[in-house]
Write a protein that binds this ligand. Structure first.
Ligand SMILES: C[S@@+](CC[C@H](N)C(=O)[O-])C[C@H]1O[C@@H](n2cnc3c(N)ncnc32)[C@H](O)[C@@H]1O
Length: 367
């Protein structure tokens, strides 16, 4: 059963995949630990580590601005509108506060944008073409095959136990010719001038969290592994861009990558780390690593001191991959290829839509 509550669709699967029960008031509850609140979707059984309170949500919104600036004030790089195509269905997986989905919906009034998250932390007032649902994205998606033109994933490092399965679900739900964009952080602090050596506090921090992610079974090293996984899943046209994200304002005026506003991004990142670190650490270091809370608090204090030390010229890498679900598989008949080429010519003229491909693709398979 599925019902709507305001703009939300709430899902709960207490007995079986097909029996979704609406329990809006339950879904809005949270659990509390160490003075912070955490999601309680399905009793909080998904061991997502981040709090869902205002402090963490403000930090997520700051992260959104930082990541958007890093892309040169763009929300995405996937060429979704390159050939005059229109996006009609868009999914943001693990949408957090919904800020990316809301901005995308504003920019694309023709699209229906859905954001999924474990927590109902999205605002009340959103564009009419933007909707949110509370769900675990590692469960079987409730959307039909070939439904989305664009699926967006950002900053789910340390949150997913089976990335291949997530990519496969995205692949099946993306229409042929549609795109997946995944942007994520490698949480490994480093420097080019030796200010962050292997024993540095920021390196100890990184290695501790990488270890915690592996112990939890939800890797923080997804940026290293993603490309092979998406190719194995069947995506094509895989393009990767890697950015250095500085922590603080230490970068010289001359930008070291394409972005013009690196000092400002670095300042945002400094505040992002300062505000975020307690929320990153509490669950992972106590529940997963088994540290006493006092040790965690000292570790957080040392991390903050290291962030404040202007001798440190730290950065970490952010990578963005765009990949496409192929329009048609190799080895099709010449007739089919000609048909698709004709549709592609129409797309070049701006007269076709992604779903035109879809219809012909399936007509042909049925032949
Ligand atoms: C670090 S935040 C990133 C939020 C957003 N993608 C952004 O870039 O602003 C990770 C988000 O993923 C959500 N999340 C983690 N695991 C999830 C899961 N299995 N299903 C749905 N949401 C999940 C969390 O609740 C959190 O809001």
């Amino acid at each position: 059963m599925r019902r709507h509550c305001g703009r939300y669709r709430y899902y709960l699967r207490p007995t079986s995949q097909s029996d979704n029960v609406t329990l809006a008031s339950t879904i809005l509850r949270h659990r509390e630990e160490w003075g912070r609140t955490y999601h309680k979707f399905r009793g909080g059984t998904n061991d997502y580590w981040g709090p869902n309170d205002d402090q963490q949500n403000n930090q997520l919104d700051l992260g959104h601005h930082m990541m958007t600036m890093l892309l040169g004030d763009r929300l995405y790089l996937a060429p979704i509108d390159e050939k005059g195509q229109k996006c009609s269905q868009v999914l943001d997986v693990g949408c957090g506060t919904g800020i990316w989905a809301i901005d995308f919906a504003d920019q694309h009034p023709e699209a229906q944008v859905t954001g999924l998250d474990l927590s109902a932390i999205q605002p009340e007032w959103v564009p009419p073409n933007c909707h949110f649902a509370v769900d675990d994205v590692e469960d079987e998606w409730t959307y039909p095959a070939d439904h989305f033109d664009f699926v967006h994933i950002r900053c789910l490092m340390g949150s997913i136990s089976d990335w291949k399965a997530l990519y496969s679900q995205a692949y099946d739900r993306i229409a042929p010719g549609g795109w997946l964009q995944h942007m994520d952080m490698a949480i490994d602090f480093m420097s080019d001038d030796g200010s962050i050596g292997p024993d540095h506090m920021l390196q100890q921090w990184s290695q501790t969290f990488i270890e915690a992610g592996e112990k939890l079974g939800k890797t923080f090293k997804i940026t290293d592994r993603a490309e092979q996984l998406v190719r194995e899943t069947g995506f094509v046209d895989v393009h990767k861009k890697v950015y250095k994200l500085p922590v603080g304002t230490w970068t010289k005026d001359k930008p070291f990558n394409a972005c013009q506003a690196l000092k400002q991004i670095g300042l945002f990142n400094y505040v992002y780390c300062l505000e975020g670190c307690e929320g990153w650490a509490l669950y992972l270091l106590t529940r997963v690593m088994g540290w006493p809370i006092e040790q965690v608090q000292v570790f957080i204090a040392k991390f903050r001191n290291a962030l404040n030390d202007r001798k440190n010229h730290a950065y970490y890498m952010v990578s963005l991959r765009t990949q496409k679900r192929a329009l048609y598989a190799a080895g099709r008949s010449a007739g089919f290829t000609q048909k698709i080429q004709a549709i592609e010519a129409n797309v070049d003229n701006g007269t076709a839509h992604n779903h035109d491909y879809e219809a012909d693709y399936y007509d042909h398979i049925a032949e």
